[in-house]
Design a protein around this ligand. Structure first.
Ligand code: MGD
Ligand code: MGD
Ligand code: SF4
Ligand code: MO
Length: 811
């Protein structure tokens, strides 16, 4: 017994001795580390009673990587022995191909049996953030939470309750966020947010260009690439960010194989998506893509390569002819590009070369190629918009397909991120939120400290013009944004450590994360491997959707409970248990909702069949795969949701916003998509002190901060800051050296990865490493948010987390 326990459960622990681990997570885990063996033994002994020798169950990796890979969990006597990917069929037929998991999903056992695992409800005992907790019972925990909620509602109001962003269990349909929001809606609601850390700037900005009508993602599927003659990708990196065998990278590589399309990738980093498969890599200075686009527009206009008929018929504001009434003279795009606009600057290739770092000759060549090759599929990732001028860049990139008329036809796209088909799996109804006002997702720390100043016209509130109350009660469910994933950790820490501001913080997680340390109440959730669900395919599954079953492979470890169970216990304390549950257990909700789905779609197997067969796959309909196809065919009948019904190169709504809003000094909003020099760009005077630009990226070593604490992944993917040999030599930094990266907001320690795969003057660091406070606010964990800024972008008030000036030195 002890032998296999050692192997199966304690293996991960060996890498970090118990002693080290308990000092690392301090008193919180100390309380539990005193009895880990006993606890594990009792949890597993319990499992032994119900388990019958060996079995295999379907589950899924539910983190936020955009995919939802199927997993097969093998257990023996109620303990996971190994985890396999989807390996059904011969994997030949598209649409029935395996939804293969990446290195992370396959190592999920390391997250289930992890020494950081939260075992019992715990209550804070030391100062907030110190990480000292004591074990309490579920009854005590639920009484405490219900009392604090009641107090908050009566003292301040429901609009002072806030859920931080949390995407750790994206795939849940009947549990997780849905369970919590259903409950809080029933007791009067909470302060919501609009947008998200992923593509807040795209989502906010592109409707000004393309309108808000469906399809709301103005994209073509990547499968359309097979019909294109040219593929141009701005910071789109599916090989690292869409790694699932059932997602974008699979579809993308299939399309490349079928067409051999010429591929140009624009990114400061030489990414894994390239690795010899690209025809051309253009390394660009971060935040300057809009300047590149403008110079290409200059070449296209002066060399007659624009599609004038398309611009006249489908667009507003390319030239004088299609400008709206009341717009300023020479306010159109052509004038702006040719130097006849307000800034009197011609956007020549020489002008852009200085800004972007791409030679003028190359810009001319690229413009001619894009101007003459049809169809061209032009696409962006979301890293380009996680920049201080993100809204401008995302709209600017769309100008390339617009200028060349590469829209609405086979082999084209709109310049947005690609579209994906999602099979609509039903969700637990969460009701509607009685609190209507919403803050931008990125400004929650501001809503704690300066709520009374925030309005629709200064801070992007929606659904109301001002905030009545500051945030007083925070629920962080499956999120690490309370510390790790939000910008400027040193500032966030100071705000949330102050108990007079946010008075109560609840964290619901599987692990003792950097955010969990700031909880007043810690609630241990089951992992997805311990839970039941019928999930969907995720939001990056290409043109194939799926219905994915999760069957509990093991019984909940320790005292972990699901969010639905927690909310049922809370509902009892508000006297609304019957209303909340409608008489159903969690499993009964899964069955009930699935039965409803089957009644509507006869293709679905029975729940029993689904749970045995694994994911049920469905291809997107043949029509609707090309963005704006109907608009291209008939721009009157299928007018867009913009004020003019056309593609608005010149946006009248943005012209109004630019007039009406109060902006911070240096912020600019313009009706045309144009390059704007921002704070902490390569031209900022701050470069004298902090000369290097630092961008983050989403690393294959984890999904944000999830999976960071799985040792095998830390070995597989080195967490180093990418630095060009020229910049490294100037600082006597060698590959593998320990370095400190710093600016006026903080400092983080990490290893150096010296590589020509990053352009000179720029560094890149994978986001999501766990913040590990050392002395004087220095982070020893390589967490990029020690460096990033809370200053929001001008329009969406979103996260410019890739805009950072820094210096680096040997540690
Ligand atoms: N392995 C893994 N996959 C993930 C995630 C993860 O954490 N890990 N997270 C998932 C989530 S939630 C999201 S939102 C997506 C994010 O997916 P993306 O936003 O596409 O990912 P990023 O890595 O931030 O940025 C993509 C690329 O943009 C480049 N870039 C940065 N700034 C600029 C710029 O100014 N111009 C240009 N041209 N390129 C620039 C970066 O070098 C990077 O290679 O990934 C998803 N997939
Ligand atoms: N500097 C910088 N910061 C960034 C980004 C960047 O590019 N650069 N990217 C941003 C983006 S695009 C995103 S989407 C956000 C992501 O930010 P988050 O949504 O905070 O994502 P994670 O860091 O993965 O945190 C998920 C949490 O859920 C927990 N979890 C996992 N499974 C379960 C479960 O079953 N139950 C419960 N209760 N908890 C669970 C994990 O332990 C983890 O603590 O980060 C943003 N932050
Ligand atoms: S991290 Fe994403 S690609 Fe990897 S197994 Fe999980 S869902 Fe699949
Ligand atoms: Mo994201």
């Amino acid at each position: 017994m002890k032998n296999w326990l050692d192997k199966t459960i304690l293996a991960p622990v060996k890498r970090r001795s118990f002693m080290k681990w308990s000092t690392a997570v301090s008193g919180a885990a100390m309380a539990s580390s005193a009895l880990p063996l006993k606890a594990i033994a009792s949890a597993t002994a319990d499992n032994n009673v119900i388990a019958s020798d060996t079995k295999t169950t379907w589950s899924a990796c539910m983190v936020n990587c955009g995919s939802r890979c199927a997993l097969q969990v093998h257990t023996k006597d109620g303990v996971i022995t190994s985890v396999e990917s989807d390996n059904r069929g011969d994997d030949k037929e598209f649409g029935q191909h395996q939804i293969r998991a990446c290195l992370r999903g396959r190592s999920i056992k390391g997250r289930v049996y992890n020494p950081d695992r939260l075992k019992y409800p715990m209550k804070r005992v030391g100062k907030r953030g110190e990480g000292r907790f004591e074990r309490i019972s579920w009854d005590e925990a639920m009484d405490l939470m219900a009392d604090k909620l009641k107090y908050t509602i009566s003292e301040y109001g429901n609009d002072s309750i806030f859920f931080t962003y949390g995407s750790g269990t994206q795939g849940y349909r009947t549990d997780g966020q849905h369970a919590f929001k259903r409950l809080v809606n029933m007791i009067g609601g909470y302060l919501g947010y609009h947008g998200n850390y992923s593509w807040g700037q795209i989502q906010y900005a592109l409707p000004f260009t393309y309108g808000t009508k469906k399809p709301s993602a103005f994209g073509s599927y990547t499968s359309e690439i097979k019909n294109a003659k040219l593929l141009v990708m701005f910071g789109y990196n599916p090989a690292e960010t869409r790694m699932s065998g059932g997602g974008e990278i699979y579809e993308y590589t299939q399309a490349l194989r079928e067409s051999g399309v010429r591929t140009i990738i624009i990114d400061p980093r030489y990414t894994d998506t390239m690795l010899g498969k690209e025809d051309e890599w253009l390394s660009i200075r971060p935040g300057t893509d809009a300047a590149l686009v403008e110079a290409m527009a200059y070449v296209m206009i002066t060399e007659n390569l624009v599609n004038q008929e398309f611009l006249d018929t489908y667009c507003q504001g390319f030239d004088e002819k299609t400008m709206p009434a009341g717009a300023p003279a020479n306010g159109h795009y052509k004038a702006h590009i040719l130097g006849q606009g307000a800034d009197k600057t011609a956007k020549t290739p020489e002008w852009a070369a200085k800004i972007t770092g791409i030679p003028a000759k190359k810009i001319i060549q690229l413009a001619r190629e894009i101007g003459t090759t049809k169809p061209a599929y032009i696409v962006q990732g979301t890293g380009i918009q996680r920049q201080a001028n993100g809204e401008q860049t995302t709209r600017a990139i769309c100008m390339l397909p617009i200028l060349t008329g590469n829209i609405g036809l086979p082999g084209t796209h709109t310049g947005d991120m690609p579209a994906n088909f999602g099979y609509p799996v039903p969700t637990l109804p969460s009701g509607s939120n009685p609190v209507k006002v919403q803050i931008p997702f990125f400004l929650w720390t501001d809503a704690i400290t300066r709520a009374h100043e925030m309005t629709d016209k200064t801070d992007g509130l929606k659904g109301g013009t001002k905030l009545e109350n500051p945030i007083k009660f925070i629920i962080s469910y499956a999120g690490n944004a309370l510390i790790n994933q939000h910008s400027q950790i040193n500032k966030t820490k100071e705000i949330i450590a102050d108990e007079s501001l946010a008075e109560f913080i609840v964290v619901v997680d599987n692990h003792m994360t950097p955010s969990a340390r700031y909880a007043d109440l810690l609630l241990p959730d089951v992992t997805t491997i311990e839970n039941t669900e019928v999930s969907s395919d995720g939001y990056a599954s290409g043109s194939m959707g799926a219905v994915v079953p999760l069957v509990p492979a093991i019984k909940p470890l320790y005292e972990c409970r699901s969010a639905y169970e927690m909310c049922t216990m809370l509902a009892q304390r508000f006297g609304i248990e019957e209303k909340y549950t409608e008489g159903r257990t969690h499993e009964q909700w899964v069955e009930h909702l699935y039965a409803g789905a089957r009644a509507k779609d006869a293709r679905l197997p029975t729940l029993e069949q689904l749970r045995v067969q694994g994911p049920f796959q469905i291809l997107a309909p043949e029509t609707g795969r090309i963005a704006l196809e109907d608009f291209r065919k008939d721009p009157i009948k299928h007018a867009l949701g913009t004020p003019s019904g056309k593609i608005e190169i010149y946006s009248t709504k943005l012209a109004d916003i630019a007039n009406e809003w109060t902006l911070r000094e240096g912020d600019v909003i313009t009706p045309l998509p144009q390059y704007v020099t921002t704070w902490e760009s390569h031209l900022d005077p701050k470069t004298r002190e902090f000369p290097l630009q630092l961008v983050g990226f989403h690393t294959k070593g984890r999904v944000h901060s999830t999976y960071h604490n799985v040792p095998v992944l830390r070995e597989a993917v080195m967490d180093g800051v990418w630095i060009n040999p020229i910049d490294a030599a100037a600082r006597d930094i060698k590959n593998g050296d320990a370095v400190r990266i710093f600016n006026d907001r903080g400092e983080t320690r990490v290893l150096a990865k010296v590589t020509p795969r990053i352009m000179p003057g720029v560094m890149a660091l994978g986001e999501g490493a766990w913040y590990k406070p050392g002395k004087n606010g220095v982070d020893m964990g390589g967490a990029i948010n020690s460096i990033t800024s809370q200053r929001p972008t001008p329009l969406s008030k979103g996260n410019p987390q890739h805009t950072n000036l820094v210096e680096i030195a040997k540690a």
